[in-house]
Design a protein around this ligand. Structure first.
Ligand SMILES: *Cc1c(COP(=O)(O)O)cnc(C)c1O
Length: 351
């Protein structure tokens, strides 16, 4: 039998968790990155709902801070964003079907094209210089509606030599067309490869204050925009031999206090975050047992009150650390948060 000590019940009226988006931090990141870009335009990449941060709010803030265009992945994302933001340039980075081209034209989007050039819509031609995904292998002669030429780095976050090779191929292929906007760099390229800045940089992860190198964002002058908080929903003591979570992955060796946090993998707190660290009342504590769909358990030093604040992501518990723990990258964790965000209350902050 578990020796369950229920303390106080407040969770019923509360959101299970709260995601705070600090648009002030986003503004500072964009200002900083624009300064790094030194005269080349900064385009804010807000695909995948701004990496889970909220596309319209982040896009609007980035533009106010000096970004000159927004980039999305699909025409669908572009149409949704256009409904919120009637003015700015919106560039669709991914491929589009014929039907989508017509919709994009009506919504005044710009398209990235790797094959036939559709008429009456501004397009950016994409060259495959080594990414081995979308992109044309040879540049067809750009005609009237072509406004930009681009390529995308495969390795700007770890292999700068290969990024240099890609840049060299791109510069050679586009040398005749310097009157068009040439854009190559993503966040890592902007931060590590100054010669890749060209006319515009397409900056995603860094504007959210996350590191493209999976290191401390502060090393590159960046400040995380997102933080995620919850609280202890239940506090109890396990007796030796008692377990927490599915599969009995954690079995108490001695009397152990644990707290149950009402956040699970359906909220975007991944199942393989077992063993990672969160802050309970500001102190680092270990996530124990298997993370389930709707909850996880955290080891406590003693019988803390129910309702004690828990920081899942924030100062001291960066997304990069969770990503390392889960064997993935901050990009994936951030975009997956979006999936679960209907359960979380989202709060916008401007500080
Ligand atoms: C997503 C994306 C970017 C932004 O990359 P970050 O590493 O997040 O800065 C830039 N260009 C293209 C084509 C992309 O798909």
């Amino acid at each position: 039998m578990l020796n369950v000590k229920v303390r106080r019940s407040t969770m019923a009226e509360m959101a299970r968790s709260e995601i705070t988006i600090n648009l002030g931090a986003l503004r500072r990141n964009v200002t900083h990155l624009s300064a790094v870009a030194e005269g080349s335009e900064l385009w804010a990449v807000v695909k995948a709902n701004a990496y889970g941060h909220g596309a319209a709010d982040c896009g609007d803030t980035a533009l106010a801070a000096g970004a000159t265009a927004l980039c999305v992945a699909t025409v669908g994302e572009g149409l949704a964003l256009r409904r919120e933001l009637p003015e700015p340039r919106i560039i669709v980075l991914g491929p589009s079907s014929n039907r989508e081209v017509a919709q994009a034209r009506d919504a005044r989007l710009e398209l990235v094209v790797s094959g036939d050039i559709p008429p009456d819509i501004p397009v950016h031609l994409k060259l495959d210089t080594g990414m081995g995904r979308w992109g044309m292998s040879e540049l067809v002669r750009p005609d009237l509606d072509v406004v930009g030429l681009m390529t995308h780095f495969a390795t700007a976050d770890d292999d700068l030599d290969f990024a240099q090779v890609q840049l060299g191929r791109f510069l050679e292929a586009t040398a005749e067309y310097t009157h068009l906007t040439r854009h190559v760099a993503n966040s890592a390229g902007l931060l590590r490869l100054p010669e890749a800045r060209l006319d515009a940089v397409r900056c995603g992860i860094a504007i959210y204050g996350l590191s493209p190198f999976q290191t401390d964002p502060a090393d590159d002058g960046l400040e995380p925009v997102l933080s995620w908080h919850s609280e202890l929903g239940l506090v109890k003591q396990l007796q030796p031999g008692d377990s927490a979570g599915y599969g009995r992955r954690f079995i108490a060796a001695e009397p152990t206090w644990i707290g149950i946090v009402p956040v699970g993998y359906a909220d975007g707190f991944r199942r393989n975050l077992t063993g990672t660290t969160v802050l309970v009342d500001g102190e680092p504590r270990r996530v124990v047992g298997t993370v389930s769909m709707d909850a996880f358990a955290v080891e406590l030093p003693g019988p803390l009150p129910q309702g004690t604040p828990v920081t899942l992501v924030g100062p001291g518990v960066p997304l990069e650390a969770h990503a390392r723990h889960a064997g993935t990258i901050n990009y994936e964790l951030a975009t997956q948060l979006e999936t679960g965000s209907e359960r979380a209350r989202r709060v916008l902050l401007y500080s």
